[in-house]
Design a protein around this ligand. Structure first.
Ligand code: ADP
Ligand code: MG
Length: 599
């Protein structure tokens, strides 16, 4: 088994970790059963440390000892930190910021340690390597600080990748092909950015990125809280109370993602007063409109920077927990004039992409590619309506297979290639993926040569090539996503039907093959008998065998026909050998004669 490489989204608000397990990228849940862990660190007076939900729970009692949003300080100098930070920031001797005596790297390392611990606990093994994501706008010092944090956590950071790139990987946008352009709209808890990526030679390049490191879901929580406070006539609160108010505002915000209304409720928040205020989704959308508007301005700037219009993009994806808000989705859809891809959990996509990157680097995902197989057999119809399999079911893709075919009739100048998928012996019982005609130089029966090749690339696209061997002329037809785009149920039905009909199908194939042989043999036998070379005994047996073949053909049963054809074959064997001998003698005589002339 290849060595595990973790994929970690070290987020401002939340972090997540994943691994490739048995060829599939998965995120790992913490002890609370959550795949997302708050990026919060509590440092007790005695140096004890708690991370995640456990740290957040300490906020009610010791808000000044719970550090959140440490990502904002990564790779910054103390004098660059002008923002309001939830806990006091000091400058160390090195002019780097310190929070509760620790550097941002050390605090981030605690979060990474927790991610590593969750993964080791879930996977029941030691893990020492990771891919970690950073925002596309992070400069070198910020990236280096993130790498150092990983090392402090006992992880070898095998790659730092951009968050939008990770998101694009998670959405499988790498499959869109070279030069495709995608936009990643990432609205998290404390930051917003829009990145436009272009795929070049299999690698995502950031064409433009725009955003605001102080614009996220927290701001909307604050706007909701202000609205509630105005309605309830509250102005002053203590720090500890503010934590509770903000938590309730966030809860109400999330509730309004799924419901039309929610109640902001804080009973006896200061011992005597209570708040109970109804908020509707419509109200929330009014409050949120300017906040969403700010993100859209950044989107327009990024498009302008990249000199692109929305229609130049192949896809837009949403990541970050705040993109669950319906009004955000609507606004993005309108600006980019298309429905955004929301097929992944927005707050998990980045960690999933990092995991995929880790899997590719460890080799674990090659196993997944190996698991990519043709769900059903692929072939073409041959003479007699039979299915001729070129690529059997469960063949690993990409793959290539070919076979030579010939003409079934004299002077035939074209051949119809019917591309089939399925497990049944007769062509008509399989699915037809397409058909096309190929012209070839007319030739007597059985003498034209037509090569047919099937090629399935890593995306499951089937390409059929037909070559007239005598002229070298190729006909190439692409048949779309034939290999992988079949739903599981249909595959199951096809396979179970093929099992169910196995005996009748096989009998029909045997009969058809024997019939084709009989139809070839009978006229040939007539012709030979007409030459009068057979002895009387031979003639009697051959005629009896031929009659048996004719009656078996009429009878329609496979095995009697096969036996009759076999008998006819045997009956003509000695005669056929004599014919060949005679033909060779004649040919030899001709050659000898030729030689004499030359001498
Ligand atoms: P980050 O990238 O900043 O670490 P996330 O992508 O996890 O964070 O986003 C966290 C933000 O998403 C928070 O502001 C949270 O309130 C918001 N959020 C999460 N779920 C929902 C939801 N269902 N509705 C609205 N906002 C949500
Ligand atoms: Mg994020």
């Amino acid at each position: 088994m290849s060595e595990i490489i973790l994929g970690i989204d070290l987020g401002t608000t939340n972090s997540a970790v994943g691994v490739v397990d048995s060829g599939f990228p998965i995120l790992l849940a913490n002890e609370d059963g959550k795949r997302i862990t708050p990026s919060a660190v509590w440092i007790g007076r005695d140096g004890t440390i708690e991370v995640g939900e456990k740290a957040l729970r300490r906020r009610a009692l010791e808000p000044e000892r719970v550090i959140t949003s440490i990502k904002r300080l990564m790779g910054r100098r103390a004098d660059e930190v002008e923002e309001h930070f939830p806990v006091p920031v000091d400058a160390g001797n090195d002019c780097l910021p310190r929070v509760l005596g620790k550097s941002p790297e050390e605090i981030s390392a605690e979060i990474l340690c927790e991610m590593k611990r969750i993964a080791e606990w879930r996977m029941e093994t030691r893990i020492s390597k990771a891919v970690i994501t950073v925002p596309a706008y992070f400069h070198d010092a910020q990236r280096a600080a993130t790498k150092r944090a990983g090392e402090l956590a006992g992880l070898e950071v095998v790659r730092i990748i951009n968050e939008p790139t990770a998101a694009a990987l998670a959405y499988g946008l790498d499959k869109l092909g070279d030069h495709s352009r995608v936009a990643v709209y990432d609205l998290g808890g404390g930051t917003f950015d829009l990145s436009i990526l272009e795929m070049r030679d299999g690698v995502f390049q950031v064409l433009a990125t725009h955003g605001d490191t102080r614009l996220g879901g927290d701001d909307l929580d604050a706007l909701i809280l202000r609205h509630i406070e105005e309605k309830a006539g509250i102005d002053e609160t203590t720090d500890a109370l503010r934590v509770r108010f903000m938590e309730e505002a966030e809860r109400v915000k999330r509730a309004l993602t799924d419901n039309d209304q929610a109640v902001f409720r804080l009973p006896f928040y200061d011992g005597t007063h209570s708040i109970e205020q109804l908020l509707t989704r419509a109200e929330l959308e009014t409050i949120a409109a300017p906040w969403i508007g700010r993100t859209l301005r950044h989107c327009r700037k990024a498009l302008a920077d990249a000199a692109l219009k929305p229609e130049d993009l192949q896809a837009i994806v949403l990541v970050g927990g705040s993109t669950r808000i319906p009004a955000v989705r609507r606004a993005v859809a309108e600006l980019f004039q298309r429905e955004p891809d929301v097929s992944q959990h927005p707050d998990e996509a980045i960690a999933l992409g990092a995991t995929i990157q880790g899997g590719v680097m460890s080799g674990a995902l090659r196993q997944m590619i190996l698991l990519d197989v043709t769900p059903l057999s692929l072939g073409i119809e041959t003479f007699g309506g039979l299915m001729n399999v070129l690529i059997p079911r469960n063949t690993t893709i990409p793959c290539k297979a070919g076979e030579m075919f010939t003409n079934a009739a004299d002077g035939q100048a074209a051949m119809r290639v019917r591309v089939l998928q399925g497990e049944r012996e007769m062509a008509r019982d399989n699915w037809q993926l397409g058909n096309f005609d190929v012209a070839f130089s007319p030739a007597p029966k059985g003498q034209a040569r037509m090569g047919v090749q099937f090629k399935i690339d890593e995306n499951g696209i089937l390409e059929v090539l037909a070559r007239d061997v005598s002229t070298g002329r190729d006909t190439v037809v692409k048949l779309g996503n034939a290999a992988v785009n079949v739903d599981d149920e249909a595959v199951e039905t096809m396979v179970s039907e093929s099992v169910e009909h196995a005996f009748t199908d096989m009998a029909e194939r045997v009969f058809t093959e024997a019939r084709l042989k009989a139809e070839e043999l009978l006229p040939a036998v007539e012709a030979v008998l007409a030459q009068g070379l057979a002895s009387d005994d031979e003639r009697g047996e051959i005629q009896a065998a031929a009659a048996a073949v004719r009656s078996a053909l009429a009878g329609g049963a496979a095995n009697p026909l096969k036996a009759a054809v076999q008998r006819l074959d045997t009956a003509t064997e000695a005669l056929a050998a004599r014919l060949v001998e005679q033909a060779m003698d004649e040919a030899l005589e001709r050659t000898m004669g030729g030689n004499e002339v030359v001498c």
